[in-house]
Structures are given as C-alpha cells and as structure tokens.
Design a protein around this ligand. Structure first.
Ligand code: GTP
Ligand code: MG
Length: 204
C-alpha cells in the first residue's frame, strides 16, 4: 500500500469527539520515548505528522489521522510517564479505557517496545489488559537499527521468551526502525489486508 494522503482528522479528549467508527482503525501506543512519533512519521512518510517530541505533562489527547481517506491511524498517548500527577494519570487511564471499550472499528493495536530493553512492567501490564479485553495486538520492536542484526535477533528472542510466561500463543511481532524503514512495508501490507476484511459496524 502506498500512503497518498494523510491528515489529522480529530484530536480528542473524549470518545464523543472522535470520527464516526465507519472506517477501520489501528492504534499505536508505547511508553514515552519508545519512538512512536518517529515511527508514525516513517510509516506515512511525513516529516512531522506526529510531533516527534511532545512535552510530558501536556493535556493528553487521542489523535486520529485519516490515511488515503480509507483508514485511521490512531496515535494514543503513551503510558508510563513518570511525571504525571495522580489526577492526570487517572484521567488518562479513563480516556484509554473508554477508547478501547467503545471503538468498535478498532482492528488492531500496535504496541511499540524498544528493541534494546527487556520487558517493562508497564508494557506487560498493558498487553495483559488488551488480552483481557480480547483486543488483538502486534508488538513492534522499535529502533532496530541501533543493534547489529544478530544482537537484535537475540534481544527479541529473549523478550519473546519472557512473554511466553504470560502468553500462549505469543502475540505477533515485527522488527522496525524509523531510520531505515525496516518493517514499514510489512505493517502497511498487514493493514491493507485487514482493511479488505473490514465491515462497517452496525449503528448503535
Ligand atoms: P514521546 O512522544 O516523547 O514520548 O516519544 P516518542 O515515543 O514519540 O519517541 P520519538 O519518536 O520522539 O523518539 C524518541 C527518540 O528516539 C528521538 O531522539 C528519536 O530520534 C529516536 N528514535 C526514534 N525512532 C528511532 C529509530 O528507529 N532509530 C533510531 N536510531 N532512533 C530513533
Ligand atoms: Mg511522541
């Protein structure tokens, strides 16, 4: 799939502000600094669709980008920000919770994890919640260019071994880099295949 058009369709602090759920959507989420904005910009080949660095502590919103007038790429606020207050953390957890329970057009969640670091509690907890809510997800290992290929492979295998304690079968995963574009075609081809299978949810 070629990305021909990409534009910000909505910036929401409540699910009621989101676009009608008539098109398939794919959410991207990960801990702060995992490389989410860089990856989104790489995927759609825009320099600055998703801001490369947002200030932690700013109001959290959920951004819907409309791609090729056909599907939504959803940039979810990252979890694991150390600097959030209790109140902010609670508001943000609530927004994410309602997002995941209400968006019936959500096809898949892409969970970004840094390929250089071992599984983090917040990532495992988040994946556990997706599992409980029966939301399918794919792990994207980011910054793959920062490790030599063999090192990358062994790092990913270790990560998956740790995940195997919690998951059977293991969730799918893709190695990526926003610098080299590794994984880009794979993710776009997967989205394209899912788009073909998508049926608009009946009105509520
Ligand atoms: P926040 O929005 O601030 O939480 O971060 P983010 O997850 O959006 O990460 P961002 O894209 O801002 O990237 C964080 C840092 O990692 C930046 O310095 C990027 O240049 C760097 N980075 C992101 N992706 C890659 C990658 O694939 N390869 C390399 N080498 N660096 C990357
Ligand atoms: Mg960012």
């Amino acid at each position: 799939m070629e990305v021909k058009h990409a534009r910000l369709a909505a910036s929401s602090s409540q699910t009621s502000q989101m676009p009608p759920p008539r098109l398939p959507e794919y959410a991207f989420i990960g801990r702060s600094n995992v490389g989410k904005s860089s990856w989104i910009n790489c995927l759609v080949r825009r320099k600055n669709l998703a801001h490369t660095s947002s200030t932690p502590g700013k109001t959290r919103v959920i951004n819907h980008f409309l791609i090729n007038e056909a599907w939504y790429l959803v940039d979810l606020p990252g979890y694991g920000y150390a600097k959030l207050s209790q109140t902010e953390r609670a508001a943000f957890a609530k927004l994410l919770g309602s997002y995941f329970s209400e968006r019936e057009n959500l096809v898949n969640v892409f969970v970004l994890v840094d390929s250089r670091i071992p599984p983090q509690a917040s990532d495992l907890e988040f994946m556990g919640q997706l599992g409980e809510n029966e939301l399918p997800f794919t792990i994207l290992f980011t910054k793959g260019d920062k490790l030599a290929p063999l090192r990358l492979e062994s790092q990913v295998q270790e990560y998956l071994q740790a995940l195997a304690e919690q998951w059977e079968p293991l969730p799918p995963h893709i190695l990526t880099s926003a610098v080299t574009g590794m994984g880009r075609e794979t993710v776009l081809a997967q989205i394209e295949a899912w788009n073909r299978l998508f049926h608009e949810p009946p009105p509520r």
